[in-house]
Design a protein around this ligand. Structure first.
Ligand SMILES: Cc1cc2nc3c(=O)[nH]c(=O)nc-3n(C[C@H](O)[C@H](O)[C@H](O)COP(=O)(O)O)c2cc1C
Length: 222
């Protein structure tokens, strides 16, 4: 697979088959991804890989906390309080495109909650990864981190695997720490579902748009 094909064939997949992913393949992907650059080679990434009974246990614990109506807040802010344009339009479009595909109508909060819950089973993926970062590090290391996670998702494509990055988990850091022994000194950046795409899952027919180049590229020459 070319790098271009790996990058452009990656999509967020929200339904996986139960085909297992060997742990040595996961390790190879992580090892390749860690070739990502990082300021002064600090390599700020840390990963907790969950599979099998541990994945089920983690998933059950978070779903229990969710359904108990407990208050859980993320340790960091991913989104602004108020979304300016053009971001709000793009955000709404992808949300409604997904909901329309899976048959959720505007205002159907019960069905929305069921769809959102699927995050917490890693959309049935056989492998879940939690990415964490030392709280003492700064925003620059989060930049490095993004490059690393993109590498994970791109390298996964080479092996025929699909993925979905998931900030949804970050909210449940207390539950995840208790289940997985993630230290207090580390922030949970996001989760990643990893496995083989279930092509019969309607959500996976979603094709997201990108703004045309002329909207966001400025060429200055001469
Ligand atoms: C850091 C990060 C966190 C995300 N969190 C979630 C999530 O919690 N649940 C989800 O279904 N999708 C999540 N997404 C997927 C985005 O919705 C998706 O990347 C975007 O709509 C573009 O679609 P594509 O990935 O298929 O190209 C996340 C993406 C990123 C980069």
């Amino acid at each position: 697979m070319t790098a271009f094909a790996a990058i452009t064939s990656r999509r967020s997949i929200r339904g996986f088959t139960d085909q297992p992913v060997p742990l040595d393949l996961v390790n190879r992907i992580l090892e390749a991804a860690a070739r990502a650059p990082s300021g002064t080679n600090m390599q700020p990434w840390k990963a907790t890989v969950v599979t099998g009974a541990a994945l089920k246990r983690t998933s059950d614990a978070v779903l229990r906390a969710r359904h108990a109506g407990e208050e859980h807040a993320s340790e960091y802010k991913y989104y602004p309080d108020k979304f300016p344009e053009p971001y709000i339009t793009r955000r709404r479009k992808v949300g409604w495109d997904l909901y329309t595909l899976v048959g959720i109508q505007k205002g159907d909060t019960a069905k929305m909650a069921v769809q959102h819950d699927k995050n917490f089973t890693f959309f049935n993926a056989p492998v879940g990864i939690f990415f964490t970062i030392d709280k003492r590090l700064e925003i620059g290391s989060w930049l490095d981190y993004g490059m690393f996670i993109q590498n994970v998702m791109t390298a996964a494509r080479e092996a025929g695997l699909s993925s979905c990055p998931q900030v949804a988990w970050a909210q449940y850091h207390k539950v995840l720490r208790a289940e997985l022994g993630i230290p207090e000194g580390d922030t949970i950046v996001c989760g990643l579902a990893l496995g083989y795409e279930d092509e019969s899952e309607i959500a996976n027919t979603l094709r997201t748009e990108r703004a045309p180049l002329e909207d966001w590229v400025t060429v200055v020459q001469d």
